[in-house]
Design a protein around this ligand. Structure first.
Ligand code: NDP
Length: 401
């Protein structure tokens, strides 16, 4: 039985808090804090209606380390779950150190003024967390998060040696809107417009953004174009699994989404360079974010399924084997349960499970941890029990591309 403080009242925060309230044996008391308190209160109302659990809410600017430290001291959580934006990661880690509390997030730190995300900034906190006897768990969403746990499970149970790994992320959901991003638009667009990068024979291979396309037939969705992309977990997978010769990440995008992105890029709307407009400085990407629908508003509109998994080739008992581990999640079912669509659901549930791993002591340690470093079995069990069931399938042959 433990108290938890969740920071961030977007789609992911909403799902995580609903799921925590469904597991009061683990999460005995929940405080939800975010920049806009009314969003926390709306989530608290939904949680009360759906689960009968009352949660506390608070306003916080998590960029302000002193204010966040004071909030943590008054809420007295055993764990802070950071579901705000990647920009806040270091400030919240600092506040956790100042107040002596464990930390969890779902996205690695990214500076505001540079579209660059990598673990180095957070890995640099290793000694401080270890010396304080505290645990920081990085990237406990779906990808990063579950995809790394699928890989660790593959290595533990399915393959003695992994040679290649492909992560396939398909969102087959349709909002009926001409253009919307399914999680924070600014973070989403920064990710999608970055050069592609994959790991091969000990080095990173870079290419232009969205230039390498393949078609894959996703169960529950059908054939979709997917594009080679750089994604956070490639960095930690390459670090913790040096045996893997090639690691790639693929994400599906529809033609209409890409056309909008191309036009917006061409006219400069995806730029993060400040510019002067009518006498004041603006950042085009932030203006675009303000114009696009909030991901948390997409719940009632989205129909279809997500399908995210890992395909690993390698050897088991001296024989070549290719295994596909995946989850399929239905947008409308996710919405019916928590009031949020499946992209928020597939991130918020693993955030809740990662928090449960830490609070129950199934995952423990002092220092900064990635998902690959921890036992996959109890996490995989909870995925099955809490709405994200997975399957393991032997494929007849490795991917042909
Ligand atoms: P949203 O934009 O919907 O929500 C973000 C929330 O954080 C908002 O409530 C926002 O407040 C709040 N926030 C922003 N800045 C601050 C601040 N300085 N202090 C306090 N609160 C703040 O995003 P999502 O819910 O879609 O995503 C949340 C996180 O999950 C992101 O980091 C995202 O990258 C990550 N993610 C991870 C995935 C994974 O699989 N690992 C997949 C999808 C998302 P306000 O409403 O006032 O702006």
């Amino acid at each position: 039985m433990s108290r938890v403080l969740v920071i961030g009242a977007g789609g992911v925060g909403s799902v995580a808090v609903h799921k925590m309230a469904m597991n009061t044996d683990i999460f005995s008391h929940i405080t939800l804090a975010s920049r806009t308190k009314s969003k926390c209160d709306a989530i608290a109302k939904s949680v009360l209606e759906r689960t009968g659990v009352t949660i506390d809410t608070a306003a916080i600017d998590a960029d302000d380390v002193a204010a966040t430290t004071a909030l943590i001291k008054s809420a007295k959580p055993a764990l802070v779950v950071n579901l705000a934006l990647p920009y806040q990661d270091l400030a919240i880690m600092d506040a956790c150190l100042a107040s002596g509390v464990n930390y969890l997030d779902t996205a690695n730190y990214e500076p505001r003024d540079e579209a660059k995300f990598e673990y180095s900034w957070q890995w640099a906190y290793q000694d401080r967390f270890r010396d304080a006897g505290l645990m920081a768990l990085l990237g406990s969403g779906f990808d990063p998060g579950v995809t790394s746990v699928f890989t660790t499970y593959t290595k533990k149970h399915l393959l003695d040696r992994i040679d290649t790994l492909d992560i396939l992320d398909c969102n087959g959901g349709d909002t009926g809107l001409p253009f919307a991003t399914n999680f924070n638009p600014e973070i989403n667009l920064r990710e999608v417009t970055a050069p592609s990068r994959h790991w091969e024979n000990g080095q990173w291979i870079e290419g232009p953004a969205l230039s390498h396309k393949q078609v894959f037939d996703f169960e529950g969705v059908g054939p979709k174009n997917m594009y080679l992309m750089y994604h956070e977990e490639l960095e930690s997978l390459a670090k913790f699994y040096p045996e893997i010769q090639r690691i790639r990440f693929w994400m599906t995008f529809g033609d209409s989404y890409l056309k909008h992105l191309e036009v917006l890029g061409n006219v400069g709307m995806t730029s993060i360079e400040p510019m002067m407009f009518q006498g004041r400085e603006i950042i085009p990407m932030e203006l675009l974010k303000a114009l696009l629908p909030e991901p948390s508003s997409l719940g009632p509109l989205t129909k279809g399924k997500t399908n995210i998994g890992t395909i690993a080739t390698g050897e088991k008992d001296g024989k070549a084997r290719t295994v596909y581990v995946k989850n399929i999640c239905d947008h409308e079912e996710a919405y019916a349960e928590t009031g949020n669509q499946a992209v928020s659901y597939t991130t918020g549930v693993p955030a809740m499970i990662g928090a449960a791993m830490m609070l129950t002591g199934k995952w423990q340690g002092a220092g900064v941890f990635n998902m690959e470093q921890l036992d996959p079995d109890p996490f995989m069990d909870m995925l099955n029990q809490h709405g994200l069931p997975w399957t393991v399938e032997d494929l007849a042959a490795p991917l042909a591309f």
